[in-house]
Write a protein that binds this ligand. Structure first.
Ligand SMILES: [Cu+2]
Length: 144
């Protein structure tokens, strides 16, 4: 009886995992880089273009070398650059998430270990689709 239940559970787990993998395949990233911060500065920005074939929201971005990572908007207001935290930014088939210098970007706060030019960092993105399924994907960012 218990063994039967376990088999059932692992079968359910398998379906769950395969749906995550399927979703993850439809997301791809290009031009991913993190700006090498000036010496003594413990905050920097990251950029990338993320394309997807389904409607998604970004609900979290993380990497163990940073205290906190946020998606920011940036615009000029009365001659002053203004940055705002974007709450669960959306992306879809016709609207990739474009993070580029001078525009929307990743803000990486609280750098723990000093970044080196040319090194790769894996940032973990957690997305949510229209049915509230979570999709976790790691993207490589080069420091430059
Ligand atoms: Cu910012």
């Amino acid at each position: 009886m218990i063994r039967h239940l376990r088999m059932k559970l692992s079968f359910v787990t398998l379906i769950f995992i395969s749906s995550i993998v399927f979703g993850a395949d439809e997301i791809n990233i290009s031009k991913a880089f993190i700006k090498l911060p000036r010496p003594g500065v413990d905050v920097t920005a990251g950029f990338a273009t993320i394309k997807t074939s389904t409607d998604l929201k970004v609900i979290n971005v993380s990497n163990k070398n940073f205290k906190n990572i946020e998606v920011h908007s940036m615009k000029m207001t009365y001659g002053v650059m203004e940055m705002r935290k974007l709450i669960e930014p959306k992306l879809g088939p016709n609207s990739p998430l474009v993070l580029s210098p001078g525009n929307n970007h990743l803000m990486l706060f609280g750098i723990k270990e000093k970044l080196k030019s040319g090194e790769n960092l894996d940032l973990t993105f957690v997305f949510k689709d229209d049915e509230d399924n979570k999709i976790v994907k790691e993207f490589k960012f080069i420091v430059k």
